[in-house]
Design a binder for this molecule. Structure first.
Ligand SMILES: Nc1ncnc2c1ncn2[C@@H]1O[C@H](COP(=O)(O)OP(=O)(O)OP(=O)(O)O)[C@@H](O)[C@H]1O
Ligand SMILES: [Mg+2]
Length: 234
């Protein structure tokens, strides 16, 4: 089902309540939020405030308990799990907080996997596209290694390459530079800048104020609520 919505990403009164052992925990609390095409949004806030939950409902990895999430006209909060996976594969590149590379596959095959899942690129092109993406994140010399054979920062960069496998219009990163030294983090920010310049939309959780200051918009998550206080920029 498609829905009219002027924003690329729109959350309407979205709440997410987790119930563990009979205790309710409100991770998102009636969130109204939207992102336009071509924005570069930094998501900041304390640990446990709801940042990952926010990305997960946008990516249709999690369903809100209440409210609607509409992404590019698709009401993703309504998709069945298999539909959500297919939709996500074509539309969203996700860099997870813990990279979630498959340990038995080479870095190249980790990048090829989402290509195989979605079939956007012809089969014969996938390996060279994966090599190009790994080259873009500085891993040209490591494409045949397994995740355990590279450093944590290199795994994180491979996860960024994998997020770009199907050339998605939206990239969501959960601390995508959290394991990188400042030089590599800056070069990944350059990559995100290039993606935004070429029309992609990037939303990124970060604890790094300097990196947040490089984006076009900073959103603060606190106790499951979003705000955009002026003065967050240094
Ligand atoms: N699957 C779950 N079951 C129960 N509670 C959960 C679950 N996932 C998250 N929560 C709770 O929801 C709240 C928000 O979690 P979330 O992961 O979104 O925080 P975060 O802002 O990403 O934190 P961090 O910066 O530490 O990654 C936390 O209090 C967390 O304990
Ligand atoms: Mg998190």
């Amino acid at each position: 089902m498609t829905v009219e919505d002027p924003s690329l990403i729109a959350l309407h009164n979205v709440s997410k309540v987790y119930t563990t052992g009979g205790v309710e925990y409100v991770a998102l609390d009636g969130v109204e939020f939207s992102v336009d095409r071509g924005e570069f949004v930094a998501v900041v806030g304390p640990s446990g405030s709801g940042k990952s939950t926010l990305l997960n409902v946008v990516a249709a990895i999690d369903r809100p308990t209440e409210g609607r999430v509409v992404v590019d006209g698709v009401e993703v909060s309504n998709l069945a799990e298999n539909e959500a996976a297919r939709w996500r594969g074509r539309n969203i590149g996700v860099v997870f907080q813990f990279f979630q590379l498959l340990p038995t596959l080479s870095l190249a095959d980790n990048v090829i996997l989402p290509m195989d899942f979605c079939g956007v690129h012809p089969r014969r092109d996938r390996r060279s596209l994966a090599a190009d993406l790994l080259d873009r994140v500085g891993l040209a010399d490591h494409i045949d290694k397994r995740p355990s054979e590279v450093s944590g920062g290199e795994q994180q960069r491979a996860a960024i390459a994998r997020a770009l496998a199907n050339d998605p219009p939206i990239i969501l990163g959960d601390e995508p530079t959290g394991n990188l030294d400042s030089e590599s983090a800056a070069s990944m920010m350059d990559l995100f800048d290039d993606l935004v310049t070429s029309g992609r939309t990037v939303m990124m959780v970060t604890h790094d104020r300097d990196l947040a200051d490089r984006t076009s918009r900073i959103v603060l998550v606190k106790d499951g609520s979003l705000s955009e206080p002026t003065g967050l920029r240094s």
